[in-house]
Design a binder for this molecule. Sequence first.
Ligand code: ARG
Length: 404
Amino acid sequence: MRRVVLAYSGGLDTSVAVRWLIEHSDAEVIAVAVDVGQEADATVDSWEAIRQRALAAGAVEAIVVDARQEMAEEFCFAAVRANARYEGKYPLVSALSRPVIVRHLVRAAREHGAHAVAHGCTAKGNDQVRFEVGTRALAPDLDVIAPARVWGLTREQCVEYAAKWDIPITVTKEKVYSIDENLWGKSIECGVLEDPWAGPPEDIFTMTKVTADAPVDVVVGFEEGNPVSLDGQRMDAHDLIIRIGQLAGSTGFGRLNVVENRRVGIKSREIYECPGALALLMAHADLEDLTLERDLQHEKARLEPRWAELVYDGMWFSPLKQALDAFVTESQRHVTGEVKVRFSPPGAGGVVGRRSPAALYDLGLATYETGDTFRHEDAEGFVRLWGLGVATWAARQGEGRAES
Ligand code: ARG
């Protein structure tokens, strides 16, 4: 019997997809749930419950993969090094998790001899692009099946379908928002948010509720562009992201309210909660200000939007992304040091200090006090030559030309 590996979340759509694939593609289904750091709050099922649901829905095998450390080290930190903000704003929350999931889908497909992978994405989003292009990049021979793009079921019909097949799904009330979540933050869409004029209701936020009544300071330590410590305490990538997210989030820092351009041509209104991501990106960029030589920093800044765009567009595994990664890695050799950030309720955050053994800031050159080492006499000739072309232009063609 042929086999399909399905990216399984435990929700209604992917649970229905298990049964739908059995019925429509005449294959056994292997459900793979990838833990990329979805928040395990009280409303969320345990991974074992999710696994059992996949089996109850008809999967012959259900696997849970803990990919949190991998997500943190390989994906989130790569985004930090690249100062990655799609369209200057979105820190790629959902976009970063898809290649991680794809990697494990493909791995499971190989292990179980599957001919295809499947995902629960609809036709209108970016995630289908990321799943499919990612899969093609790692395994061009595998088919990709997208049941939700084909079945044409409304949410109500999905609920009926689940009931008919005894799929144990608890859908109490109308689902209002579409939420995607991982270690890097949370993407919230749909419901009232579809009106770009409507402000987000306060109750959608879980990671950025203000509980602090005074500013919170934290010192982030970096080595070669990677965050390695908080307040001097070394932490692994996963714990560090969670911890700084809690600190920043407790002051209300980390919300975004934007309209963005999807790859498929649709503009969409998005609310993001990503306190840890925004805090680390802010700190890292500041340390680069201190440690990167000017030309390198400027050229990197030109390439960063492209890196973010590639990742947004599902090109994590692609030759240009690989080549840009090599540039970014090389650029980070001296991005080592500490950045002090301050989060002030409600919602403000900024860098208040930075230091590095590799700092290019030279007090002797910068100071206006005693101890000045700058050669003032060099400036006159430098500036004269810098402006020589403009002066010549002005004299012959511009404002300063002699009237004949
Ligand atoms: N617009 C964001 C992105 O494309 C968020 C997508 C959220 N995904 C979801 N399935 N709800 O990365």
